[in-house]
Design a protein around this ligand. Structure first.
Ligand code: BGC
Length: 417
């Protein structure tokens, strides 16, 4: 069956992971450092994760066997450049084997160059607020592309540079430099790195204006570096865009957040080959801040309301503001109820289909995530995966939702109609 559907031929149907969340033992990264501080805010350390570093062949074969045609994953800067200026050929060769495995299985590899974690040495230099970081990132991107570019299908420079801005509205992070010393984890990180607390700026928690400027410059420099080749594939950045809505009296606040957290990052994507949209639901604001989900609303396992229609809204916003093709680089649900996951994705995909019907250029839908994995500060409890992982044995179990999405992919969306 091919596309008698609204989904265009060549539509990317995939699943995503990120190195730190699945590979295991990313010991040279800032994430590993933060997880192991006594003052950590992480529920547990990442440890072996899903041992994807060694089991990628099995995992890629599983995804291809389901019927998907795309695998989005990230390459880990902390492995590729373990000390500043020192590149590991062994690590680059590892990712070459991962890419070749995708190609052998007919999967288009979508490669994220930076997915939240950075080398520990970068954090010691002031991380994502330091003026030297865009050049450092560009040098790394140039080196990675030189080694891997001929096999890459599409590239994401930075993953969710705007997430910290969204987290601040939930009361997480956002301390200005002069106050970081009062926050136990940043004070401890500063001691471990031998720097002033004001200089602690990890990617995931940096929401300052300086952080915005550094990430923007890093993206631009990365695009140029990646375009130097080899390879000729689309390049863009991926954004954490919730559907920002106003509750009663919250119009002004919602408009400000929409502008600060979504639109100004979408504007950066103008002129890029695509923008990656990553949406999990909606966020509603009243005059005093975020509003809780309505009583009785269906929830995910993290207590958030289920709102798959948010994806349609963020795709429409992205197309209107950025004016470039959209790839849904993440959308998914943390749930222990796999039937609920199928219902969620089905509703989200119906929204994608409505966008396509209206002539919006959407190029792919990549589910987050392939494997149940390390969900950052929440540890391993939330399960977003299409495939379950027994972390004691590393045994993989394919969930019904994975087979369902595989069938949708094989029919290029026809089974949704
Ligand atoms: C991130 C992923 C994360 C997912 C689910 C996105 O913010 O890119 O790394 O696991 O959302 O929370």
């Amino acid at each position: 069956m091919t596309s008698s559907t609204v989904f265009p031929a060549g539509f990317l149907w995939g699943a995503a992971t990120a190195a730190h969340q699945v590979e295991g033992n990313n010991v040279n990264s800032d994430g590993w450092l933060l997880e192991h501080l006594p003052e950590t805010i992480f529920a547990e350390p990442s440890g072996d994760a899903c041992d994807h570093y060694h089991r990628y062949q099995e995992d890629i074969a599983l995804l291809a066997g389901l019927g998907l045609n795309t695998y989005r994953f990230s390459v880990e800067w902390a492995r590729i450049e373990p000390e500043e200026g020192q590149f590991s050929l062994a690590a680059l060769e590892h990712y070459r084997r991962v890419l070749s495995t995708c190609r052998e299985h007919g999967l288009t590899p979508v490669v994220t160059y930076h997915h939240f974690t950075s080398p520990r040495w970068l954090l010691a230099k002031g991380g994502w607020e330091d003026e030297g970081t865009p050049d450092r990132f560009a040098r790394y991107c140039e080196r990675v592309t030189r080694h891997l570019g001929d096999l890459i299908g599409a590239a994401c420079t930075l993953n969710e540079p705007n997430l910290p801005g969204l987290l601040v509205t939930l009361g997480i992070g956002g301390e200005p430099p002069e106050r970081r010393g009062q926050v136990p984890i940043w004070a401890a990180a500063a001691r471990a790195l031998g720097i002033a607390p004001a200089r602690v700026a990890p990617f995931q928690f940096t929401s300052s204006e300086q952080g915005f400027e550094v990430k923007l410059a890093a993206h631009r420099a990365a695009v140029a570096a990646i375009k130097s080749g080899p390879g000729d594939f689309p390049v863009g950045w991926t954004l954490a865009n919730a559907d920002i809505q106003a509750g009663p009296g919250g119009e002004e606040r919602a408009a400000t957040i929409r502008r600060e957290v979504n639109e100004r990052y979408l504007e950066v994507a103008r002129g890029d080959d695509f923008v990656g949209i990553q949406t999990y639901g909606r966020m509603r604001y009243g005059p005093a801040g975020i509003l809780r989900a309505d009583e009785g609303a269906e929830q995910n396992m993290m207590g958030d309301e289920l709102y798959p229609e948010g994806l349609e809204a963020t795709i429409r916003q992205a197309a209107a503001v950025a004016g470039v093709p959209v790839i849904v680089t993440e959308n998914g649900l943390a749930t222990a109820d796999d039937a609920q996951r199928i219902r969620y994705v089905e509703r989200a995909l119906r929204g994608v289909a409505r966008c396509l019907r209206d002539g919006i250029d959407v190029r792919g839908y990549i589910y987050w995530t392939a494997l149940d994995n390390f969900e950052w500060v929440f540890g391993y409890r939330p399960t977003f995966g299409l495939i379950a992982v027994d972390r004691a044995t590393q045994e993989r179990t394919v969930k019904p939702s994975a087979r369902w999405l595989g069938e949708v992919a094989r029919s290029n969306g026809a089974t949704l109609e």
